[in-house]
Design a binder for this molecule. Structure first.
Ligand SMILES: Cc1cc2nc3c(=O)[nH]c(=O)nc-3n(C[C@H](O)[C@H](O)[C@H](O)COP(=O)(O)OP(=O)(O)OC[C@H]3O[C@@H](n4cnc5c(N)ncnc54)[C@H](O)[C@@H]3O)c2cc1C
Length: 415
């Protein structure tokens, strides 16, 4: 008697970052054979790097506020979050045997703040579920409907019932996400927005003297004011660092998207530093204008207002001699010192990238490329951005799950 033949459906997941691994998890649970291909010698390299400074995996704020972090793309990202919200992310981590905690800022971390134990447990579970990993396998595009993949033994063609591309953005290329996929998709009529830095630092034309003296100096009590997208003045307090070429750090990253866009439009962007964010302008003027006798302006500022080091350096750097000597101008500058940003730092240095596969290139709100039926996309390679705070990883996880689900639906419909 002839046995019925059951063809095991095969899905190729290209890219083993958090988005690709999530897609693999959903697909394996759906009963298909999953093969993960990654160009690097091991998966999850950027995920591991993200864990170095304290892996911030999601955020505990309420859902409407959380959704709002995705700005213009909040509507599209909501679909991913609906399927895997921040609490689901935490539950999922707990399911891997790793506890989480909420830090004072509301950010959520794995208990040990590290990514390595989480990734180890996750990969173990994926292997147990039958997922196969093919390292040093670089996807190069398609030939006759098959995936072209370069391996250490030479190029191969891979046939799959569906594929999920989760190739990452274009920062930290040495960890695998080099953005080389963008022209391959554009050639297939997939709309791809240019990849640009997100959560990035900026160049400032510091003088050689200032740069040599203050590169690496942190500014811990400062606020920055900047002009928002509709011309309104916005303000945020935090910390950043002066670098040899400009500024970087958490406060700068948080406001980097509108500043990057302003520079693209107008060639530069101005921010205004409040060097004394805890004192109002009237009090600052009173202190600056007090008689200083034979004391220099610098020692007067240090004595009355605690302004010293890099803050004095910034005043000298950004103010004319006359303004520095005039109490009214000096007091105004202490509360709103203009600094001109010339350009974002190169994309490779950024925490993440914006741009990528446009949502408009996706079929009816799903993860499938309209131009390439059976090809799904996930993670940072899609055109959305978010600040740091766990929003990037949460969206990558949710997007990976959505791509996995959509690919399953598609092959099940095809059967
Ligand atoms: C320094 C740093 C700190 C960060 N900290 C945080 C944080 O605390 N919290 C947070 O939420 N986010 C953080 N992020 C961002 C987060 O790590 C990324 O957003 C996330 O890893 C993106 O996931 P992804 O799966 O889309 O892509 P990636 O993690 O970039 O993975 C893409 C994978 O695709 C592979 N690949 C690419 N091209 C090919 C190809 N042609 N063939 C085969 N394989 C290919 C790559 O090798 C890589 O393994 C940080 C990023 C950096 C750089």
């Amino acid at each position: 008697m002839n046995q019925p033949v059951r063809h095991l459906q095969r899905v190729a997941v290209i890219g083993g970052g958090p988005a690709g691994l999530m897609a693999a998890e959903v697909l394996a649970a759906g009963g298909v054979q999953v093969d993960v291909y990654d160009a690097m010698p091991s998966v999850g390299r950027k995920f591991l790097l993200a864990g170095k400074g304290g892996m911030n995996i999601t955020h505990s704020e309420d859902l409407p506020a959380f959704r709002g972090r995705y700005g213009a793309r909040a509507g599209e990202v909501a679909r991913w979050l609906d399927g895997f919200d921040p609490q689901a992310v935490r539950d999922w981590i707990h399911g891997l045997g790793i506890d989480t905690f909420v830090g004072t800022s509301g950010r959520v971390f794995p208990l040990e703040m590290k990514a390595a134990p989480l990734l180890r447990a996750w990969l173990h579970r994926l292997r147990e579920a039958g997922v196969r990993f093919h390292m040093r396998h670089r996807w190069l595009g398609w030939q006759d409907g098959r995936l072209r993949i370069a391996t250490p033994e030479g190029e191969i063609l891979v046939e799959a019932d569906a594929s999920v591309l989760a190739l990452g953005g274009a920062s930290w290329a040495r960890l695998g996400s080099d953005g080389a996929w963008a022209p391959l998709l554009a050639d297939k009529n997939v709309e791809v927005a240019p990849l640009v830095p997100s959560n990035c630092g900026f160049d400032v034309d510091w003088s050689a003297h200032f740069s040599e003296k203050h590169a690496g100096a942190p500014l811990t009590t400062v606020a920055i004011a900047w002009r928002g997208r509709n011309g309104e003045m916005l303000r945020r307090q935090g910390q950043f660092v002066v670098t040899a070429t400009g500024i970087e750090g958490s406060l700068v990253y948080a406001i980097s998207a509108p500043l990057r866009d302003q520079i693209a439009q107008s060639g530069s962007a101005t921010i205004w530093l409040d060097l004394l964010p805890d004192l109002d302008a009237g009090r600052v003027l009173d202190e600056v204008a007090r008689p200083r006798g034979s004391r220099s302006v610098s020692s007067h500022l240090q004595g009355r207002l605690g302004i010293k080091g890099v803050k004095v350096g910034l005043l000298h750097e950004c103010l004319s001699k006359e303004a520095y000597g005039d109490p009214a101008s000096l007091a105004a500058a202490l509360k709103a010192l203009p600094v001109v940003l010339r350009r974002p730092r190169p994309i490779d240095e950024a925490i993440s990238s914006a741009g990528g596969v446009r949502f408009e290139a996706l079929e009816g709100g799903s993860a499938m490329l309209r131009a390439l039926p059976g090809v799904f996309v996930a993670g940072e390679m899609i055109d959305w951005e978010a600040p740091t705070g766990g929003y990037l990883l949460t969206a990558c996880f949710g997007s990976g799950r959505a791509a996995g689900r959509d690919a399953l639906d598609w092959i099940n419909r095809k059967k």
